[in-house]
Design a protein around this ligand. Structure first.
Ligand SMILES: [Zn+2]
Length: 131
């Protein structure tokens, strides 16, 4: 990757980061005042759950963006964290904060799904890459 491409990705990541920070739900969304109305309470709890979920998702994304910016700094951006192959430019364009090439990401996703579904899984087993 050329240094000007690296600069472009850095710019894109910084913009994404700003956008994400600006869209973070504020504390108001999470700490809602008590209300005596049961229906309001249910709605408040649902709003709070949603705000917490959004916040969690955004912080996870923020960490990915920060990690990608750190990789730009040390010159390893665009290299898969797992197999150390170059990540395809199309994938980087679509997901500039990714740390994994598509094959490794699919393996990670497969593992994540296995975990989420509480299926037995062997962390040492190498999942075949989806075609
Ligand atoms: Zn890889």
């Amino acid at each position: 990757m050329t240094s000007s491409q690296m600069k472009d990705y850095r710019h894109t990541l910084k913009a994404l980061r700003t956008e994400l920070i600006n869209s973070l739900p504020g504390r108001d969304g999470i700490f809602i005042e008590q209300t005596s109305d049961a229906l309001d309470q249910t709605q408040s709890a649902a709003d709070r759950d949603l705000a917490v979920e959004t916040l969690n998702r955004h912080s996870a994304r923020l960490r990915e963006i920060d990690a990608a910016l750190a990789r730009i700094k040390d010159g390893t951006y665009g290299i898969c964290l797992h197999c150390e192959e170059e990540i395809g430019p199309r994938r980087l364009k679509a997901v500039p904060y990714t740390g994994y090439c598509i094959a490794c990401q699919q393996r990670r996703d497969a593992r994540g799904m296995a975990l989420a579904g509480q299926h037995w899984f062997d962390p040492d087993e190498d999942y075949p890459a989806a075609a």
